[in-house]
Design a protein around this ligand. Structure first.
Ligand code: ZN
Ligand code: FE
Ligand code: FE
Ligand code: ZN
Length: 263
């Protein structure tokens, strides 16, 4: 049975539906597990419009804990944005919580939220290859921090279709994968990209093959922001993972990883 390890709650202000509805959809889809990974609070005010306040965190935990019927495992996780200015807070706060899974993600390069449609026009005045270099440099820092279990939507900068040629990707991406492997992290195979202009799973088959060569495990995630998105296109995620050489995916309990069969 598969596991959706990336779903949100309305506490992030841009998702809808009760956790119990996400769980019900997971059961309907035949999943064995679902892990809530709402956006991490940021007392600094970083990207405040897209996350719960720190004071809401107990409510988040209670909502997830309450949505645990028989027949499915409900895990408690977080999607923690890596940004240099957030590192001090994350270092102190993340280890104090009782998470099953900490997803790490990069949504900002400097003060540019590069995956936010409101900032799309910025892409017209940047050097796309340099954006990818900057993004994977942040991914390396994320890995080196040792604060995270898995990297969410690994090639997010392709969201609107901006991507350097393959020869450059083969130069830019492997050093970051090496650092993720050194940190014993997994990467997420995310079907969210299929709902975005790029219309492609994160990461691409090229990057997933490079990850497989390094024996980097994979988690599966829909990045659902509404209940009907839970388990979205998981047949395509598992097909891609198998094509790239994977036979297992990773599950987590109390931040300990266990393999499960993809078949
Ligand atoms: Zn979100
Ligand atoms: Fe994200
Ligand atoms: Fe997410
Ligand atoms: Zn996300």
């Amino acid at each position: 049975m598969l596991a959706d390890y990336h779903v949100h709650t309305p506490l992030c202000k841009h998702a809808e539906g009760l956790p119990s509805e996400y769980v019900a959809q997971a059961i309907r889809k035949g999943l064995g597990e679902i892990c809530f990974t709402d956006h991490v609070p940021a007392p600094s005010g970083y990207d405040a419009e897209n996350r719960m306040r720190l004071a809401q965190f107990p409510e988040y935990r209670a909502m997830v804990r309450a949505a645990a019927p028989d027949g499915i495992l409900v895990r408690f996780g977080i999607e923690a944005d890596y940004a240099p200015a957030e590192l001090k807070f994350l270092r102190r706060w993340l280890p104090e919580q009782d998470f099953d899974l900490v997803l790490g993600s990069v949504h900002f390069i400097g003060d540019w939220g590069f995956d936010n449609p409101l900032n799309l026009s910025v892409w017209n005045r940047v050097d796309v290859t340099q954006v990818w270099r900057d993004y994977f440099k942040l991914v390396m820092e994320l890995a080196d921090s040792r604060l995270f279990d898995a990297l969410a939507h690994p090639d997010l900068p392709k969201k609107f279709g901006h991507r350097p040629p393959e020869a450059l990707l083969r130069e830019i991406v492997p050093p970051a994968l090496d650092r993720l492997a050194a940190a014993d992290m997994a990467i997420e195979v995310s079907t969210a990209g299929l709902r975005k202009p790029v219309n492609e799973i994160y990461p691409s088959s090229l990057i997933l093959r490079l990850a497989r060569e390094r024996e980097i495990p994979v988690t599966l995630g829909s990045d659902a922001h509404s209940p009907e998105e839970v388990g979205f296109a998981f047949d395509r995620a598992t097909a891609l993972a198998r094509e790239c050489g994977y036979t297992e995916f990773a599950t987590y309990c109390k931040r300990q990883r266990s393999p499960a069969p993809l078949a």
